[in-house]
Design a protein around this ligand. Structure first.
Ligand code: 4NP
Length: 162
């Protein structure tokens, strides 16, 4: 936990997917808009990263950008980065898009002594993986899943972490 200049706690949240060009940046951008709308922007910082190195430096996948724009979500400059072991101490929560991301993260971290690692839709009433749009181009379902998860995550954070 770090503190800003007003000595308020700031929660640092890292969204994690395989490539950091579709699901985790979508979650990052959607969450940034929602925390701003709910007056939490000074209390919560949001980031995203990959478990793989395959997309390093790449921007958000264009169909994902199109979907976000269509939904009125703010788009930020982006370059895919990969999670590293040292990141464990730098963030408060690592929110995976799917179970596989947790397995890959744990290979890096070794263990999770502070219970920082979880899956986005485990905060919802219907725990499951976020739909992966990579092989079917279904960004509508992916977007809906992420909104469901982010809304549930924000409720959890307000009730338990701020
Ligand atoms: P993301 O999507 O993990 O949501 O960023 C993918 C990006 C790249 C690949 C798979 C999924 N890939 O196989 O290269």
């Amino acid at each position: 936990m770090i503190y800003n200049l007003n000595m308020q706690r700031q929660l640092k949240i890292m969204f994690v997917c395989l490539g950091n060009i579709c699901r985790s940046p979508m979650a990052e951008f959607i969450m940034k808009d929602k925390i701003r709308e709910r007056g939490l922007a000074k209390r919560v910082q949001v980031f995203s990263c990959a478990t793989s190195y395959s997309e390093n430096g790449n921007p958000v996948y264009p169909p994902a950008v199109s979907k976000l724009k269509k939904e009125g979500v703010t788009i930020y400059p982006h370059a895919s980065v990969t999670i590293e072991k040292e990141d464990y101490d730098k963030y408060d929560m690592f929110i995976a898009m799917e179970k596989r991301n947790i397995e890959r993260m744990m290979l890096k971290f070794g263990n999770d002594p502070d219970n920082k690692v979880s899956r986005l839709l485990d905060y919802s009433d219907n725990p499951r993986d976020i739909a992966d749009p990579w092989y079917n181009d279904d960004f509508d379902t992916c977007y809906k899943d992420i909104v469901e998860g982010v809304d549930a995550l924000i409720d959890y954070i307000i009730q338990n972490r701020l």
